[in-house]
Design a binder for this molecule. Structure first.
Ligand code: ATP
Ligand code: MG
Length: 416
């Protein structure tokens, strides 16, 4: 029997085990990889595969349903909804349970023993400004963890976990801002860290502030998609009736990882055909219709995410849409990403400021800035955060592993 730390992320999941006599370590969850995409694919007989294999099955055209960004459902109205999976409909919480159950089995195989105790990561806020929604989301995760065989379940904020990982390399006492901007949420903690404090059982006095916003990589994907791909499918195009544009709901759903599957149904297809008839640019709406008929919304989302990631390195990139129409392509550039995500970036900066205010500190009193989470790799996002605390030394965490590692350290402290 062992304890584990579980970082079930919006985009990626890690799990670390602390067995007696062994140092806490992340477990390989897919091949040699300790990071596995938070994705599940159900074929029409409702058999499920997870991770890269799930995305691969969809890309290869296997008939079935891909679900990604499952954690987003916890902080939204989707939590009470069902989704078509094979021949049945499942609640989103059941889909998450299936994903985590398969993951747990895998981790038990890799670590060689049953996992019964878990420190589960959670964002500071699943939902903005809604403590009741936060509680509901955490309760849902607790119920799921019990339902898949964990007997002891407790939670830790994701940025506090990242701080515990970072603290292993801290040489003298310092006040650090931990920034974890992932796929679904931006999370911040201001903490007092030191080699001496590391061993203490109760660290609550060292946590000076926590803050968070429901802004993450999937929102950057959505904005980039709406700016550079959806217009090619008719987003913002005029209808014959003066003053009216094509209804925007289909485009928003297609641009949002967690709601893509919503448009794959006959009712929506009929509506889109009607829109096409009433459109001044029916050839654009025809592309939208084709994406829905072929159930290729996830292909667009995968390509947009890939383009966004490329734009962290290069100034412009290319999305080949030749499968949709001969020669069709989108050419998003960094300027489009910056402009389309302006509101998201300012929301992140505003939450950083609130967090510093909550700690009762001036920005120049923050000595270290620890960065983790995939979205901190976006240059304009990290620069905007760094500008808020120019005196702080910047430390690059393990982008995808810090939170999981910190949760495992915490699991050892609580259950070891
Ligand atoms: N090099 C990169 N540049 C920009 N974005 C990136 C890069 N690498 C990964 N991402 C984005 O980071 C996000 C995933 O980050 P991460 O794995 O930290 O999130 P998560 O832990 O699953 O989510 P959360 O903690 O919010 O629930 C995705 O949106 C992905 O597109
Ligand atoms: Mg995360």
């Amino acid at each position: 029997m062992s304890a584990c730390g579980l970082d079930f992320g919006t985009s990626n999941t890690t799990l670390g085990v602390c067995a007696p006599g062994r140092a806490p370590a992340l477990v390989a969850l897919e091949g040699d990889d300790v990071t596995i995409p938070s994705a599940i694919f159900f074929d029409w007989s409702s058999n499920a595969v997870i991770g890269r294999a799930a995305v691969g099955a969809y890309v290869d055209g296997v008939q079935g349903r891909l679900l990604r960004s499952l954690k987003s459902a916890l902080g939204s109205s989707l939590i009470d909804e069902t989704t078509q999976v094979g021949r049945k409909r499942l609640r989103f919480t059941q889909v998450i349970a299936r994903y985590l159950e398969l993951l747990k089995e895998r981790a038990e195989g890799a670590s060689g023993g049953a996992l019964t105790q878990v420190v589960h990561g959670r964002p500071v806020h699943f939902v903005d400004g809604d403590p009741e929604g936060d509680r509901k989301a955490e309760d849902a995760l607790r119920d799921i963890a019990h339902s898949i065989g964990f007997t002891d379940v407790s939670f830790q904020f994701e940025p506090i976990a990242a701080a515990l990982d970072y603290e292993r390399q801290v040489k003298r006492e310092e006040i650090a801002m931990v920034v974890d901007i992932g796929g679904g949420t931006s999370d911040f903690s201001i903490v007092r860290l030191s080699p001496k404090r590391r061993g203490k059982a109760d660290r609550s006095g060292d946590v000076l502030a926590n803050g968070g916003a429901r802004v993450g990589g999937v929102d950057f994907d959505r904005r980039l998609s709406l700016a550079s791909v959806m217009p090619l499918l008719g987003f913002g195009s005029p209808m014959k009736r003066p003053g009216l544009d094509a209804p925007s709901g289909y485009f928003h759903d297609l641009a949002t990882w967690s709601s893509i599957n919503r448009v794959y149904n006959q009712h929506t297809l009929r509506e889109v055909r009607d829109v096409r008839r009433e459109s001044t640019q029916p050839h654009l709406i025809e592309r939208l219709q084709r994406v829905i008929e072929l159930q290729r919304g996830h292909t667009l989302a995968i390509d947009v995410e890939r383009a966004k990631i490329a734009l962290s390195q290069v100034d412009e990139t290319f999305i080949d849409l030749g499968w949709l129409e001969d020669q069709l392509c989108a050419k998003p550039d960094r300027a489009a990403l910056v402009t389309s995500s302006e509101r998201l970036t300012s929301r992140i900066v505003q939450t950083v400021r609130e967090c510093i205010g909550q700690a009762g500190l001036r920005a120049d009193q923050l000595q270290a800035l620890f960065l983790t989470g995939g979205t901190t790799q976006i240059p304009h996002v990290r620069e905007a955060v760094m500008r808020e605390m120019p005196a702080a030394r910047v430390i690059e965490g393990d982008t995808f592993g810090s939170v999981g590692m910190g949760l495992t350290i915490e699991a050892q402290r609580r259950y070891g």
